[in-house]
Write a protein that binds this ligand. Structure first.
Ligand SMILES: Nc1nc2c(ncn2[C@@H]2O[C@H](COP(=O)(O)OP(=O)(O)OP(=O)(O)O)[C@@H](O)[C@H]2O)c(=O)[nH]1
Length: 306
């Protein structure tokens, strides 16, 4: 059984918890087993009070998922997956988290076979956006990133805007991200059916996969059957397109007894030696990538040399 994972992104106070409550209500009505992962910047969680007691809830406090406690997130997700076996997990990322970094934390090669990432739902406080000149460049950049990488974008709090302002905001966000399913919302009210239709990964993750061309960011998982030649792998890395942002997973080189944990971001490869055998899953994250081509490149690494 695979567990669906949704990431709720959006700046502090944009309406993530308001949305989450509706999603949880809908899950309850459909009898699905849900778990929630929340993290807050402060040490004490406030939002978790909003979640029913019967829903397994893990909280990541004191830091945000993307920068300080990525490993902890991996551990907690693993715990939820094995102990609770939920149908779906919602991750409410701190308002200060970069959505791609959160997705990256979720796509651990350790549970690549047991999750289906459904997508990034970003919520924008439209009133804040309107007054964005008052924000620091860092916060503004984060808002832009949250808009840019959304699969579903809620332009929330439209009750605080005039009709002209609403039209302007929509035009502006669509110029940043024209592919997300974008909605103007009040109190983050969404047609939940559309949220359920989101999909970042094909169901058959291990096989050849053509990921929806309408999606912005897409991911791919490859499982190596055995060892590969290190220099051939390094040649493969050099050929990767610039929009392949991230790779991580386990790879075994022919010369070594055990796999290595491989991390690749911003064109920089890093290897860590493991001391035992681990399934050789490799997770990829990129934008407008021809995954079939990546897959055949990987397969050719596995072909025995003539
Ligand atoms: N006027 C207005 N207020 C809203 C709307 N949606 C949410 N709010 C309010 O905005 C405040 C913040 O909403 P939350 O859902 O807690 O936001 P959040 O993104 O979870 O906030 P953090 O946990 O700080 O990241 C609450 O008081 C909500 O009631 C809306 O559409 N219009």
């Amino acid at each position: 059984m695979s567990t669906e994972i949704y990431i709720l992104a959006g700046f502090l106070g944009s309406g993530k918890t308001t949305l989450l409550k509706q999603l949880l209500q809908d899950e309850k009505e459909n009898g699905r087993k849900v778990a929630v992962l929340m993290n807050e910047l402060g040490k004490v969680s406030i939002d978790s009070d909003a979640i029913d007691e019967d829903i397994p809830l893990k909280e990541l406090l004191d830091g945000c998922i993307c920068c300080t406690i990525q490993d902890k997130l991996e551990g907690q997700l693993q715990g939820l997956l094995t102990l609770e076996k939920p149908d779906v997990i919602y991750i409410e990322a701190t308002g200060a988290a970069h959505p791609v970094e959160v997705l990256d934390a979720v796509l651990s090669p350790l549970f690549a076979n047991s999750i289906v990432p459904k997508g990034i739902i970003s919520i924008l406080d439209s009133a804040r956006w309107l007054h964005r000149k008052e924000l620091t460049p860092q916060v503004l950049q984060l808002l832009v990133e949250q808009i840019r990488h959304a699969d579903c974008l809620l332009v929330n709090k439209i009750d605080l805007l005039s009709e002209d302002e609403q039209a302007n905001v929509i035009q502006e966000v669509q110029s940043i991200n024209s592919t997300a399913f974008t909605l103007l919302t009040k109190n983050a009210k969404v047609p939940i059916k559309r949220i359920r239709e989101l999909s970042l990964l094909p169901k058959e993750k291990q096989s050849s996969s053509r990921i929806g061309t309408d999606l912005h960011l897409s991911t791919f998982v490859y499982q190596f059957k055995g060892a590969v030649d290190r220099s051939a792998f390094e040649d493969f890395l050099r050929e990767l397109p610039d929009t392949l942002y991230r790779m991580k997973g386990y790879i075994k080189f022919s010369s070594l007894a055990y796999p290595q944990l491989f991390q690749f971001s911003y064109g920089m490869p890093v290897y860590f030696q493991e001391e035992m055998n681990i399934p050789l899953n490799m997770v990829f994250i990129g934008e407008n990538i021809d995954w079939d081509k990546i897959e055949s490149g990987l397969q050719s690494l596995e072909k025995p040399k003539e």
